[in-house]
Design a protein around this ligand. Sequence first.
Ligand code: CA
Length: 228
Amino acid sequence: MRLLVVEDEVKLAAYVKRGLEADGHAVDVAHDGEEGLWFARNQPYDVIILDIMLPRRNGYQVCADLRAEGNWTPVLMLTAKDGEYDIAEALDTGADDYLTKPFSFVVLSARIRALARRGNSARPAVLAVGDLKLDPAAHTCERAGEPIALTPKEFSLLEYLMRHPGEVLSKMDILNAVWDWTFEGDSNVVEVYIGYLRKKIDAPFGRTSIETVRGVGYRIVPDGGKRA
Ligand code: CA
């Protein structure tokens, strides 16, 4: 694999590079955020190992910039602190995983392999289907820039639909994904909640983005226009 290590602690960067090269990987090292961005923009990597506290541009900013530019190379964040806040922020800015220093090289190596399996397809932190946007971290929803208030269950249902845009999801799929195992009601609850969602995300905007596929299930589509 081709890997990028962005780490300002020169000794640690050299240690990681040596270890990864011994595993047979090709490893480039950058010692600050700007340099890291330059490498990430100009070379293809399978995984980027990105420290958070970096000179010139911190790891959060580097990761956010890459994602904003449509670069979805898996990112493993390194954090010196183990505060939950840092980890949550790292993951919310588009990182895929994190390791707290000091870390075991064996674990680093295994995490890199796991991340490489994800590939570099888009994994946006904010979901968008047309002008409908859902931010699972901030727990906000908006259409055409207008905020929409959703209950937790409506939010989960919409998130599930938006994670599978254009895909027909059966009531059973939806029930299994959004309701827990102990749920004993019947699957009409799905219809009921689809109705609630339509009243909030579609009707006020003159859209029909949640489509019913007769006898099969539901799907969310980007245009959300009226269909014959
Ligand atoms: Ca650092």
